[in-house]
Design a protein around this ligand. Structure first.
Ligand code: GDG
Length: 460
């Protein structure tokens, strides 16, 4: 019998009843096991070396570590989001290497390990989330932690060649080898991770598919993340008429919802919508693109650049195609409330997900869950999103091919109802298979099944 579950993630919910699929799934898993959730304090500048601050305690406890402004800049915006994020998303041209960013990233992980280790018993299960904490297991092992430690990477596993961009490329494999279980979004990511170990002379493959790295053995598996399907569908039904969108959005709505991130392929999406508008005959129905793109990481230059680029494209296309009573692109640069979003998905005849690289993409799953099964809209989905691996009945597109995406918009808007229903049914089955509660249970069960760690330490 295992002890408690300990979860570590960069963001930690501060409200009593957290919302959002992943947060709810982790919350439920913790409630069952009476565990501990540790993350960065939402307010910066608190005492950085003074233990963990309790944020909430009910059926489980939430504890936060503090980041100074400088640590936030170097660890979060710097190494995490200006080195690891672009490397994992195949944008090594955007990598910004600064020695002090790397040093702070390692120092924050070392400190979190020290604060965390006091709370971990040998029979606990420790579940660490995402690229902010790649070296955390190695640091915990150095402190003698013997508990099983699992890692889930929410973003794509980097291509082998991109890893060479890291200041010390060999670190990546060593960091991962300190975990007992490495979970990835897709089979493709799993293959990439195994390819990295195969190319590493320090690694050896065991007959059962696990990887032996010095004196440790780790399992690498895919756990495709999903959403809370029934809850999201119910919100969409309840909210479908909630917002008055005005009359200038035309007859058909095409929706896009993304954090304003260069990995989401927004400029090409806008260009494709422009190409679709350019090919439209005057008697064709008017379609509008409703793009919701809340800002993120705005202090990183690449994020400011993408915002300017999009505003320019949207302005140009509206200038060219708008009429007095029709705005073809409505671009909203702030967050929309979650239930309202569910209703907007349901009202949209098509959804555009055009990521150039994406671990999974939950928007694709939310759109499918939100549809009326009798008269569903059509999902247009990038082949480069993890979601495309199992949602093969969406219209799959190459996000670098503007003409193909423009044609996909026309095809989606003209698609007969029978075909829409058949595609939706198949996509919905895939979304149900990866329901987020099932995802969390699968990961925790797999971690629990890992053989206990016998040797502590290993490669320094
Ligand atoms: C990372 C990986 C992986 C967006 N705008 C608003 C809003 N959102 C919500 C969406 C969706 C979530 O944010 C975005 O999730 P994605 O999966 O699409 O993308 P990332 O944020 O990049 O997430 C990704 C994910 O982790 C989980 O593992 O799938 O590949 O990159 O839920 O609905 N929500 C609200 N208002 C908005 O304006 N309420």
């Amino acid at each position: 019998m295992s002890g408690k579950l300990v979860v570590v993630s960069n963001r930690i919910p501060t409200d009593a009843a957290p919302s959002g699929g992943l947060v709810v799934a982790v919350h439920d898993a913790l409630e069952q096991s009476g565990g501990l959730w540790v993350g960065a304090h939402p307010e910066r500048g608190g005492p950085t070396d003074d233990g963990l601050t309790e944020i909430a305690r009910d059926s489980y406890t939430r504890l936060a570590f503090h980041l100074s402004e400088e640590e936030y800049d170097n660890y979060y915006l710097g190494f995490s989001n200006s080195v690891l994020w672009p490397i994992c998303h195949g944008r090594i041209d955007l990598v910004e290497i600064e020695r002090c960013h790397e040093a702070t990233y390692l120092a924050v992980n070392r400190r979190v390990a020290r604060l965390l280790a006091q709370h971990i018993e040998d029979d606990d299960l420790v579940w660490i989330h995402d690229y902010h904490f790649l070296p955390l297991a190695q640091e915990l092992r150095r402190l003698g932690v013997r508990a099983r430690i699992g890692f889930f990477l929410h973003i794509p596993f980097p291509q082998l060649s991109a890893l060479s961009t890291l200041p010390t490329p060999d670190d990546f494999a060593r960091w991962l080898a300190a975990f007992d279980l490495v979970g990835l979004q897709t089979r493709r990511d799993t293959a990439r991770c195994l390819e990295m170990f195969r190319a590493d002379p320090r690694a050896e493959f065991m007959p059962d598919g696990t990887v032996k790295f010095h004196d440790r053995v780790l399992a690498v598996r895919s756990f495709p993340i999903g959403i809370e399907v029934d809850g999201f569908a119910a919100a969409a039904r309840a909210q479908q008429d909630a917002a008055d969108l005005g009359s200038d959005l035309g007859d058909r709505l095409v929706i896009g919802v993304d954090r304003l991130d260069y990995s989401k392929g927004l400029p090409n999406r806008f260009r494709a919508f422009g190409a679709f508008l350019g090919a439209r005959a005057p008697e064709d129905p008017r379609a509008s693109l409703l793009q919701i793109a809340p800002p993120t990481r705005e202090r990183v230059a690449a994020y400011r650049a993408i915002r300017t680029e999009l505003e320019e494209i949207a302005g140009r296309l509206n200038g060219e195609f708008a009429t007095l009573d029709w705005t073809p692109i409505r671009y909203i640069h702030h967050a929309v409330e979650r239930d309202l979003l569910a209703g907007l998905y349901r009202r949209s005849a098509a959804c555009l997900v055009t990521s150039l690289a994406d671990g999974m993409n939950l928007v694709a799953k939310e759109y499918v869950a939100a549809q009326d099964p009798d008269d569903p809209g059509v999902l247009i989905l990038s082949r480069f999103a993890g979601a495309a691996e199992d949602m093969t009945d969406a219209i799959l597109v190459n996000p670098y091919d503007i003409t193909e995406m423009a044609d996909a918009i026309s095809t989606a808007l003209a698609m007969p109802r029978d075909e829409r229903r058949a595609r939706h049914e198949a996509c919905l089955a895939a979304v149900r298979d990866s329901d987020v509660a099932v995802w969390a249970d699968r990961f925790v069960a797999c971690l629990r099944a890992c053989p206990p760690t016998l040797m502590v330490g290993g490669p320094g």
